[in-house]
Write a protein that binds this ligand. Structure first.
Ligand code: PGA
Length: 261
């Protein structure tokens, strides 16, 4: 099973540092790909002005690049927005949609997220849909219901789950004040997400990768990475620099190789 590992670089880096870090990760990946030890898909979401530098720097490496947001319309008077076609023309493989910071800091609604997801699907651009419950919902024991609602509404009207990935990140686990989630709880969340995916997509729901993110670091990453239902990890601040990114990744690969029969 392919292991998906990546980092959302949020509002960090300039084109030059992006070029440097992407080139380092891309060249590591080219060598790793030759070894073919364990199927691996790396991904990064640099900020908009850094996307061209990232595309140039990845050269021939099979590193996925994504944007951190998108608008659902093709073009028009939408100041500050970017369309699916523009991102595809820039060489993007996917878009991160519905990140907790977009939802909580910028008021992105379930309805907008659903429009974005459908716009990407319609134009064959990959979607990494972020879901995760708030602290209030978690404390009230309503975390899984919260995430189910986000999935149902975000994926509403989607004809199939081609090019779809889900990144589960509880809001309370993200950022420097976040708490890493208990792996047992994450495993239960994965199962609950899988039930929804299978209901929405009876044919391919079972093969949609579900990843975990939220205060992942070199210490806890191997634990999440080797959980039965974990298809991958999304790492934030512990992987904004290439050497940190590769360090966290390698701790996961070592543990995965050691535990794979
Ligand atoms: P963090 O961010 O690892 O810094 O908590 C995770 C994310 O927002 O994807």
């Amino acid at each position: 099973m392919t292991f998906f590992f990546g980092s959302n670089w949020k509002m960090n880096h300039d084109p030059e540092s992006t070029r440097k870090h992407v080139a380092e990760i891309g060249s590591w990946l080219e060598h790793y790909a030759l070894a073919q030890a364990l199927p691996l898909q790396l991904w990064l979401t640099p900020s908009y002005p850094c996307l061209p530098a990232a595309v140039t720097a990845r050269r021939g490496s099979p590193l996925w690049l994504g944007a951190q947001n998108v608008h659902w319309e093709d073009s028009g008077a939408f100041t500050g927005e970017v369309s699916v076609n523009q991102l595809k023309a820039c060489g993007m493989d996917f878009v991160l949609i519905g990140h907790a910071e977009r939802r909580t800091l910028f008021g992105e609604t379930d309805r907008q997220i659903s429009l974005k997801v459908r716009a990407c699907a319609h134009r064959s651009l990959g979607v990494m849909l972020c879901v995760g419950e708030t602290l209030d919902a978690y404390r009230a024991g309503l975390g899984f219901e919260y995430v189910t609602r986000q999935l149902q509404s975000g994926l509403e009207g989607l004809p199939n789950a081609d090019r779809l990935l889900v990144l589960y990140e509880p809001v309370w686990s993200i950022g420097k004040d976040g708490l890493p989630a208990d792996p047992v709880y994450v495993q239960q969340a994965f199962q609950s997400i899988r039930v929804v995916l299978n209901r929405l997509f009876p044919v391919e729901g079972n093969s949609v990768p579900i990843m975990y993110g939220g205060s992942v670091n070199a210490d806890n990453a191997p634990i999440y990475a080797t959980m039965t239902d974990c298809a991958g990890l999304g790492v934030g601040r512990a992987a904004w620099a290439a050497n940190d990114f590769l360090h966290v990744l390698q701790t996961c690969l070592q543990k995965k190789l050691a535990t794979t029969p």
